[in-house]
Design a protein around this ligand. Structure first.
Ligand code: CP
Length: 315
């Protein structure tokens, strides 16, 4: 059966850990892997965007090329997808050409339909519900900071403040639970993860020893945390921007809020940031920020993912 990576727990915790180790190896030896052209067998990967992107677009294209593979970019606006060709027919056709399909789209029903009709692996490059590739990069960044074995992600406290009801909040809850971390969500009512996400996290945490707590008190969420993460307050396609700013102002990651975290805590933001809104300049540009390491790690983590999913050998 074809395996897809549509959400974080499409990997097992052991597979997540294995993949992060490979990502670290690939970062240490950036040009030493030919996994997508192993023994002359060229892999092509379709990279499809129905929403804007800078990091994901660049890191997938460059990463596939660095592994010896062939990235093929497809934009909704310049393809028949933008003129209403069905996602099912698109999946059937692309599967005849490429070895994997990476897609950024809107609803999770859309990527699920693509995966149902594709005969090659499908990778989620961001949907409304999940951003699992981002979380692989986030975990790699946290592991680098801990400077120990990837297994020591286990027990690390991460606070996520702001809008936790969308893709980044959901993926943080699930991916960090898989790594055995303790997740503290600081978000007001209406911006907290859905019950089914928290129930799934509880199942995972029974196996990994992690935990998730949810509070509407941002200081309580951040106090003593090893990692503090946030995301924009109005993600792509989300309406009511002014209303959301009013609701979330108390959750802005500024120096005062960060001051409650552990002394050596690091700051993550998946970018792009609305500086001055969910995060202040002094924090994102400050000594505790790891946001540009985090952005770089998209490259290494996604190379590891594709090598693991469709690659041959690892060198
Ligand atoms: N973090 C992230 O997905 O960035 P882009 O939207 O630029 O791809």
């Amino acid at each position: 059966m074809t395996r897809h990576f549509l959400k974080d727990d499409d990997l097992t915790p052991a597979e997540q850990s294995e993949l992060l180790r490979l990502a670290a190896d690939m970062k240490d030896d950036r040009h030493g892997f030919d996994s997508l052209n192993h023994q002359g067998r060229l892999r092509s990967v379709a990279v499809v965007f129905e929403k804007p992107s800078t990091r994901t677009r660049m890191s997938f294209q460059i990463g596939i090329a660095e592994l010896g593979g062939h990235p093929v970019l497809l934009d909704a606006q310049s393809s028949q997808l933008g003129r209403g060709e069905s996602i099912a027919d698109t999946a059937r056709v692309l599967s005849r050409y490429v070895d994997a399909i990476v897609i950024r789209t809107f609803g999770d029903d859309r990527i699920a339909e693509l995966a149902e009709h594709a005969t090659v692996p499908v990778v989620n490059a961001l949907t409304d519900g999940w951003h699992p590739c981002q979380l692989l990069a986030d975990l790699q960044t946290i592991a680098e900071h801990r400077k120990e074995s990837l297994h020591t992600l286990r027990g690390t406290d991460i606070a996520f403040v702001g809008d936790a009801a969308f893709n980044m909040g959901n993926s943080t809850v699930i991916a960090c639970s898989m790594a055995g971390m303790h997740v503290r969500i600081g978000a007001p009512a209406g911006y907290q993860p859905a019950r089914e996400v928290l129930e799934r996290a509880a199942e995972i945490n029974a196996e990994t020893g992690g935990s998730v707590t949810v509070t509407d008190d941002p200081v309580k969420a951040v106090t003593g945390a090893d990692v503090v993460s946030t995301d924009v307050w109005a993600s792509m396609g989300v309406e009511n921007r002014e209303h959301r700013i009013t609701d979330l102002t108390a959750y802005r990651l500024d120096a005062e809020l960060l001051g409650h975290a552990a002394e050596d805590a690091i700051v993550l933001h998946c970018l792009p940031a609305h500086r001055g809104e969910e995060i202040t300049d002094d924090v994102i540009d400050g000594p505790q920020s790891r946001v540009f390491d985090q952005a770089e790690n998209r490259l290494h983590a996604q190379k590891a993912l594709l090598a693991w999913m469709i690659g041959g050998g690892h060198r």
